[in-house]
Design a protein around this ligand. Structure first.
Ligand SMILES: [Zn+2]
Length: 306
C-alpha cells in the first residue's frame, strides 16, 4: 500500500507538471473484507487515503459480490459507512445484484460499477496461479448465464430451460417487461446480455427517481427490489420441473431445486437483516458524497458544486 500511495503522489506531481491540474485521480482500493471490517485497520486505511490527492475511491472488496449473504452484507454496509470521514465519493466496484443496489439504496456508496452479467463480484483468489492453458479449439468466453428478473441470481441456459418446463415456469422465470423482452421468456434467453443490461439500468433508474432519504424504505417496501427478490425466489423454489426435460439437459433436478431453496432462504435472511438495519438506524443517517460528473475534463467538485 505504501508503494501505491507513493505512486499516486508521483502521478499527481507528474500531471500537475504537464498541465494536467484539472485531471482528477480515481484511487482503486483493493481490500480484504476482514481488513475493511476491522475498525482499527479501517482507520489506518482512511488515514492513508486522507493524505492522498485523490477525487474518488473505487472500492473492490475481495470475496464480495452479487452472491453476498446477510452477515457479509450488513458488515459491508457499516464498514463502508466508516469510509465517509474521507469526504470523498466511494464507488463500489465489481459489486452487482442486490448487494450493489442495497449499498446504493442505503446511501453507503455514491455509485456502483459492474459488467453486464459479469464482474459482479471481486476475487483475487486465483491471481497467484498461472492462467489455464487453452486448447486451440476451445470456445472463448464463459457459459452463457441468464439472470431471472428480480431473483438476484443467474442460471445457465440448461437450468433455466428445465425450470421453464415446470407448470407456470415460463411465466415465473421469464421477463415480464415487454419493453425489455418483447416475447418474454424466448426473447430473454435469445439475448441474455441485452436483457441483463436493460434490467440493470431500469433498476438504477427506479432507485434514482426516489429521493435520497426515502430510498431504504423504497428498497425494502412491498414493490421494491428486496421484496420482489424474496417473492420470486419463493415462487421459483416451488416449481416442479419435468424429469424428462431435466434428463434431456443433463441437469440434476433435485440438486437444482435444493440450490434454489437455499437461495430463497438466504434472500429471506438478507431481507430481515436489512429491515433490522433500517429500523435501528432510522432515516437521518449521513450518506455517501455524490460522485460528480465530469464535464470537459474538469470535475464539478472542483468548483465546489457536487
Ligand atoms: Zn428482459
Amino acid at each position: 500500500m505504501s508503494v501505491d500511495s507513493d505512486a499516486c503522489l508521483a502521478l499527481r506531481t507528474a500531471l500537475d507538471r504537464e498541465g494536467g491540474q484539472a485531471i482528477p485521480i480515481d484511487y482503486p482500493l483493493i481490500v480484504p473484507s476482514a481488513m475493511l471490517n476491522d475498525p482499527s485497520q479501517r482507520g489506518l486505511l482512511v488515514a492513508m487515503l486522507g493524505r492522498l490527492p485523490i477525487d474518488h475511491v473505487w472500492l473492490r472488496v475481495v470475496g464480495l459480490g452479487a452472491d453476498a449473504g446477510p452477515l457479509q452484507m450488513s458488515r459491508y454496509l457499516s464498514a463502508v459507512a466508516g469510509l465517509h470521514n474521507l469526504g470523498k465519493p466511494v464507488i463500489a466496484d465489481h459489486l452487482g445484484g442486490l448487494p450493489g443496489q442495497a449499498a446504493l439504496a442505503f446511501g453507503v456508496v455514491s455509485g456502483i460499477a459492474q459488467g453486464i452479467g459479469e464482474r459482479e463480484r471481486f476475487d483475487t483468489g486465483d491471481w497467484h496461479k498461472p492462467a489455464k492453458p487453452r486448447t486451440d479449439d476451445a470456445k472463448f468466453g464463459r457459459a452463457a448465464r441468464v439472470s431471472i428478473p428480480g431473483l438476484n441470481r443467474t442460471l445457465t441456459r440448461a437450468e433455466l430451460d428445465v425450470l421453464a418446463s415446470a407448470k407456470n415456469g415460463r411465466r415465473i422465470c421469464g421477463c415480464a417487461d415487454r419493453a425489455c423482452c418483447k416475447h418474454g421468456y424466448d426473447s430473454m434467453v435469445a439475448d441474455p446480455r441485452g436483457h441483463a443490461a436493460r434490467q440493470f439500468f431500469s433498476s438504477i433508474a427506479r432507485l434514482e427517481a426516489v429521493p435520497d432519504l426515502r430510498r431504504e424504505t423504497f428498497f425494502l417496501g412491498h414493490d421494491g427490489p428486496m421484496a420482489k427478490a424474496d417473492r420470486t425466489a419463493r415462487e421459483i423454489k416451488a416449481l416442479r420441473p419435468d424429469a424428462a426435460e431435466a434428463a434431456r439437459h443433463n441437469v440434476d433436478p433435485e440438486a437444482l431445486m435444493k440450490r434454489l431453496a437455499d437461495h430463497s432462504r438466504t434472500t429471506e435472511k438478507i431481507r430481515t437483516t436489512l429491515e433490522t438495519i433500517h429500523e435501528t438506524r432510522g432515516n437521518d443517517v449521513p450518506r455517501a458524497r455524490v460522485a460528480a460528473l465530469r464535464s470537459g475534463g474538469v470535475p464539478k467538485s472542483a468548483t465546489g458544486k457536487p
